[in-house]
Design a protein around this ligand. Sequence first.
Ligand SMILES: C[S@@+](CC[C@H](N)C(=O)[O-])C[C@H]1O[C@@H](n2cnc3c(N)ncnc32)[C@H](O)[C@@H]1O
Length: 272
Amino acid sequence: MTVEEFVKLRDFVYRKTGIYFEEHKKYYVESRIESRIRATGHENFRSYFTWLRFDMMGKELQELVNLLTVNETYFFREYYQLKCFAEEVLPEILDKKRGEKLRKIRVWSAGCSTGEEPYTLAIIMEEMLEDLEGVTWEVHATDINTEVMEKAELGLYSKRSVRLVPEEYKMRYFLKRGEFYEVIPNIKKKVEFYQLNLMDAAEMRKMNNFDLIFCRNVLIYFDDASRREVALYFYEALTEGGYIFLGHSESMSRITPIFKLRRFKNAFVYQK
Ligand SMILES: C[S@@+](CC[C@H](N)C(=O)[O-])C[C@H]1O[C@@H](n2cnc3c(N)ncnc32)[C@H](O)[C@@H]1O
């Protein structure tokens, strides 16, 4: 793959997904593209790329996205943030909800990969939310990658994925299936998975009334322009006073000033 070809493909993927590959990622992209060129019976990059661009159904783009996205995740990732969510943010939201007409706490894991993050959030909510007084809750989980979403719905995980799950939660919320751990049905049914591209304006505008959004370790693959675009969709999707959690190395203040920074004991969180 020449540098020119790499740039063509990189720009195409960027326009569709917001994911931006710097030049030093050329090898990563190249090895994946070459396997797609072979699998689809094309002779070279040029013929593959022409076919990709004119594939109106977007089927090949989906295959490519499934290969190019980085899906690393595990249960109870970035524990201090989850502690903040459980002990500081959730009680505040529950209090607020008790006084409202729509007594439902809505949480969205945006870029949920194989499901460890939304299931972690559901486990925490199940543990923390007592005395609900009629307040209910639900977790929405979305990703652009259809392959990881299928795994997420299965809810079957390796020992490595659950390594940080506290032992008593492992007993309460998982069923042992040979070498694997399966999330119990009660938690599964609290999480609704569906595909969503964060750069799809029409679909993003349908997302609203969320009290909490977790978008951790997703926007690190975007550039500043696409981060800003997504941040504005998130702003619209949140209820007044709603919160957004980003990954520990990510900063909203660098992207846009529209969110307030709330300093809790355990973590910093952005608020609408
Ligand atoms: C590294 S994983 C993060 C998983 C989880 N949030 C965590 O922190 O453990 C990043 C996920 O973002 C998804 N992603 C990347 N670009 C996306 C886009 N434009 N729309 C939706 N999801 C996207 C990828 O498919 C991948 O599953």
